[in-house]
Design a protein. Structure first.
Length: 724
């Protein structure tokens, strides 16, 4: 977009038409019919305006201040940075204003009666003496209360927006702040604007800090220093999966961010420790919840391990296993047999192994043996997709961990805990590599002391998206009995995918075959074109795969032409471009039938980070987008669509717990920073029938050579080692 004028101009007029409106952030494209103004000859003209406006309505009068720009596609536009709403002055205008639905309780018929009664003084009476509405036919005390409350909320909204604008807070952020806090927004911004970081999507430390400077917060204010420290630590936990930072590193990073002397940062850190926001342990600084999660996990594991081995007779176990093998026409090998017997006898067991080694067979064997022995068990996994897969493979009910723990939206806590434990004597948790430390601690708390626990997962996959590396720490502590399966079944030997996943894990180049291929392309644009062709025509035509359900693109990173963001745009256009638009923002849109993914845990909706669904409809009247997740419809109001993203392509990390018939992986040296062995290994193990790499052999070789697992700062392993 090219700037046409340097000096701001102001136009007053009526919003003639809304061309596009984004309820999520207030972005507006509209036509303003300009009123005659002194010194200007634009009276009666209609100009195209773009900017951010809360609840715009056609027919309302506005003043907009901004600059002329020229858009490459849409031509000349007036980009406004500020706006003001003007109350109507004519009787017809006042009646339309009240009838618009702006004030709850006043509809068209009632608006007409009010204006007939009070005429030009209507708006003044509404603002200063609303009790006079009792003079209007049909208005009682209850109706008056509804109208008065709505009118008060409207005034509060206008006051808050005016206050925020007075500190040069952009309209898009001002709208989000008002929606989060209502009329309390002024107090939040005046007292501690750093609260915005926690509560407002899109406002990070930099924006909150800029607002703080405008409202007069001192650069060395304790509010600012503590917020900067917490931001640095939270980013390390969120982006790198750490549970702590060394104090020296945290202080240095925070001092660089805040441009403040390190001694002052140290004093602010001490204050955060004193207030239980941070926990200090041998020069390590933890967020309080993560420190508690590690300590609680170790205490509970110690309690579970203390009770010892279950006293089943060897003869009974052998007879039961033999009966299971006869009934299901299977034969467990020695390692699998040991794993199954170990699981039903030991208080805590970890079962790990790569693809094709029989983890699923073992889990089913454990379940069947538990049935034979009359043990009451429950099955769970971290995400909806993983739980659904566990249920399909075991032919038993399986729940997500949060659903199993019965999340309570009102309190933000789980109903199942030490006081109200899970009703089972045996708990099996699948896809343990995906479980972060806080979810693990919550799950352990709900396990009865006399219960047994079996944890199943592939420790060589990527660690959880959230903080910690629970499965790896448990195994490497050598305190938790672990069975590692490493023999590939005969039926798996026909799969190049399974054989190559083990080769990759051992640092060897794959051997390409009918179901494991590399299509060599060097240029990013050509990689993208080939990926789109594979998804839209080649694989559906040659293998009869459904482009939405059977094929998944997994990219190492978000950016670049072969990254997740650009691939999603291209694939949406190719696979679903003619579908009805259900919602459209300034940067993205959702179409009917789009493949989408949840990007964060939402316990209220019972959908979790990595769950995949399809857009099934839209309710524009109530502002809801409808998404089907595994046969269940979940609604999202337009203000919370930041939890959803397109999922034609996703990062490899987000794919954990999922399996697809065909997986396509773009690999380029442009992804250099993300090329790691366990990343490619995780991508390969997501494929059941076809694995296609598109890109450079050199990039694959780089990834396989790079076996440097990015260490996460955790103390779980050490705490377990020191456990009595």
């Amino acid at each position: 977009m090219k700037l046409e004028t340097q000096n701001p101009e102001t136009f007053r007029g009526v919003l003639h038409k809304i061309i596009y409106q984004n309820d999520e952030n207030g972005y507006l494209i509209g036509l303003l019919k300009v009123q005659p103004q002194a010194g200007l000859n634009t009276g009666g003209a209609t100009i195209s305006i773009v900017g951010y406006m809360l609840q715009p309505r056609e027919g309302d009068s506005y003043s907009v201040t901004g600059r002329w720009t020229t858009h490459a596609k849409y031509g000349k536009q007036f980009q406004f940075e500020q706006y003001e709403i003007h109350a109507p002055t004519t009787l017809h205008g006042i009646e339309e204003y009240l009838a618009s639905g702006l004030i709850r309780g006043i509809g068209p018929a009632f608006a007409s009666r009010i204006v007939r009664k009070f005429g030009a003084k209507t708006l003044q009476i509404l603002e200063k003496t609303p009790e006079r509405l009792l003079e209007v036919e049909g208005v009682g005390r209850k109706k008056l209360g509804t109208i008065t409350e709505a009118a008060s909320s409207l005034r509060a909204m206008q006051d808050v927006l005016a206050f925020l604008k007075s500190y040069d807070i952009g309209t898009s952020h001002a709208i989000k702040i008002f929606k989060a806090y209502g009329k309390g927004a002024i107090g939040v911004v005046q007292n501690n604007p750093y609260h915005l970081m926690q509560d407002i999507s899109g406002i990070g430390f930099q924006i909150a800090d800029a607002i703080a400077q405008k409202v007069g917060v001192e650069r060395e204010s304790l509010f600012r220093l503590e917020a900067g420290i917490r931001f640095v630590l939270d980013e390390a936990c969120r982006a790198a999966g750490h549970c702590y930072l060394l104090q020296e590193e945290l202080v240095r990073r925070a001092a660089d961010l805040l441009a403040v002397d390190e001694a002052k940062i140290e004093r602010a850190a001490d204050s955060s420790i004193h207030n239980n926001v941070l926990v200090e342990e041998n020069d390590r600084l933890f967020p309080f919840p993560l420190h508690e999660a590690e300590k609680k996990s170790v205490r509970k594991l110690e309690q579970l391990l203390r009770k010892g081995v279950k006293p089943f007779s060897s003869e009974k176990l052998s007879l039961s296993l033999a009966h299971i093998e006869r009934c299901h026409n299977i034969a467990f090998d020695v390692k699998q047999r040991d794993a199954i017997l170990h699981a039903v006898q030991q208080p805590v067991t970890i079962l790990t192994g790569g693809p094709g080694t029989g983890k699923t067979l073992c889990v089913n064997g454990i379940i069947e043996l538990a049935d034979e022995l009359g043990i009451r068990y429950l099955l769970c996994a971290p995400t909806g997709r993983a739980a659904k897969r566990l249920a399909e493979l075991s032919h038993r009910e399986a729940k997500t961990i949060p659903r199993l723990l019965e999340y309570e939206p009102q309190s933000g806590l789980f109903r199942r805990d030490a006081e109200s434990p899970l009703d089972c004597n045996f708990l099996i948790v699948d896809e343990m590599s995906m479980v972060d430390i806080q979810l693990f601690a919550a799950l352990l708390e709900a396990v009865k002391p006399e219960s047994q626990l079996v944890m199943v997962g592939d420790v060589d996959q990527l660690p959880s998206v959230g903080p910690g590396q629970v499965l790896r720490d448990l195994i490497e502590s050598k305190k938790i009995p672990t069975v590692r399966l490493n023999t590939i079944f005969r039926q798996s030997e026909q799969s190049s995918i399974i054989l190559n996943s083990h080769r990759l894990n051992e640092g060897a180049m794959p051997e390409f075959g009918h179901d494991f291929r590399l299509i060599e392309e060097r240029e990013q644009e050509e990689i993208q074109k080939k990926v789109v062709a594979l998804c839209s025509t080649i694989l559906p035509q040659n293998f009869r795969y459904d482009a939405f359900d059977d094929i998944q693109v997994l990219s190492p990173m978000h950016q670049s032409l072969s990254g997740v963001r650009e691939l999603n745009k291209a694939l949406q256009h190719a696979l679903n471009g003619h579908a009805k638009v259900c919602w459209q923002g300034s940067e993205r849109k959702f179409l009917l039938g789009d493949k989408v993914m949840q990007t964060k845990n939402n316990y209220d909706k019972d959908v979790f980070n990595g769950d995949i669904g399809r857009v099934s409809g839209v309710d524009k009247e109530d502002g809801l987008l409808l998404v089907n997740f595994y046969g269940r419809t979940v609604d999202y109001d337009f203000e919370h669509l930041d939890e959803l993203t397109l999922a034609y392509a996703m990062t490899i990390h987000k794919s954990q717990g999922n399996e697809f018939k065909a997986v396509i992986v773009p690999l380029s040296t442009a992804h250099y920073i993300m090329l790691q062995r366990n990343l490619v290994y995780t991508a390969v193990t997501r494929a059941r029938e076809q694995l296609i790499l598109v890109g450079e052999m050199k990039a694959l070789a780089i990834a396989i050579r790079n076996d440097d697992v990015r260490e996460r700062n955790t103390m779980l392993r050490q705490r377990l080692v020191e456990m009595v």
